[in-house]
Design a protein around this ligand. Structure first.
Ligand SMILES: [Zn+2]
Length: 258
């Protein structure tokens, strides 16, 4: 299945819509196949893992409680060129890079050297690849805007936390919360407030403020989602999906306090 590319928030919406439209709910395990791909920056080839099969259940994984959705909860979904260090998520990898961005990336990655020879990117720790990806995205591969980073940093925090770096993950989430709070102040984000307030609630919960999380999640539940780039029907569906998810989150938090 080809992934549709949307910036920041819309990626989450698009993933959700694709899930219902294109992904049959069957129980195929997640499988990955190796495929040769050419790096859009240095034009050298290497082996990358591409998705073979998976089932609809991947959208119900616990990673969503940390604001991370399939396939970004999979380490293999973050590609790194073993020759030049160019690192982005799989759906961004084949995107042609503008000359100006290539120049910036070459500067950013100029000192990049892997300490050892690796057969493919999967051998490089995910924390190293995420650092590189952060540099690459900031150099202009994606829009250097709040919605993108609000989407990216929870993925980073998720993998960092899995690598037993709880304090580092907490700091990333606190930084993300700051971005969400700033985004909430912008009038243009009025329509997506429900999702932003939900994000803020989840980030509060993940950084240890349960009371603050409960307050924000209940606030989010009372709001209506209305993304200006979506049809009324899809806004309606997404609004219901968010309400269900927030309800589930509230239940999860209450269970933990018992
Ligand atoms: Zn390369």
């Amino acid at each position: 299945m080809g992934m549709i590319k949307f910036p920041g928030y819309s990626r989450r919406v698009s993933g959700w819509i694709l899930f219902f439209v294109l992904v049959p709910v069957f129980l195929n395990p997640v499988t990955w196949n190796l495929k040769k791909k050419i790096c859009p920056l240095c034009h050298r080839d290497s082996q990358y893992y591409v998705l073979g099969s998976y089932g609809g259940y991947v959208h119900y994984r616990d990673s969503r409680f940390e604001l991370v959705e399939f396939p970004h909860d999979e380490e293999l979904a973050l590609y790194t060129c073993i020759h030049c260090g160019y690192s982005v998520f799989m759906e961004d990898f084949s995107t042609k890079l503008k000359r100006k961005i290539q120049k910036k990336l070459r500067t950013v990655l100029a000192d990049f050297r892997f300490p050892r020879k690796v057969e493919n990117y999967a051998r490089i720790p995910i924390s190293e690849r995420l650092e590189l990806a952060e540099y690459c995205y900031a150099a202009g591969v994606s829009c250097d805007c709040a919605p993108f980073w609000i989407w990216f940093y929870p993925i980073k925090a998720y993998h960092v936390a899995k690598a037993d770096k709880a304090e580092e993950a907490r700091n990333i989430r606190i930084k993300t919360l700051g971005l969400v709070e700033s985004a909430l102040l912008r009038p243009k984000n009025q329509g997506i407030q429900k999702e932003l307030v939900m994000d803020a609630g989840i980030l509060k919960y993940l950084t240890g403020d349960k009371e603050g999380a409960l307050m924000l999640l209940n606030d989010a539940l009372s709001m209506t989602y209305n993304h200006r780039e979506l049809s009324m029907e899809n806004n309606d569906k997404y609004n219901r999906y968010l309400a269900e998810f927030i309800g589930e989150y509230l239940q999860k938090i209450s269970k933990k306090s018992q």
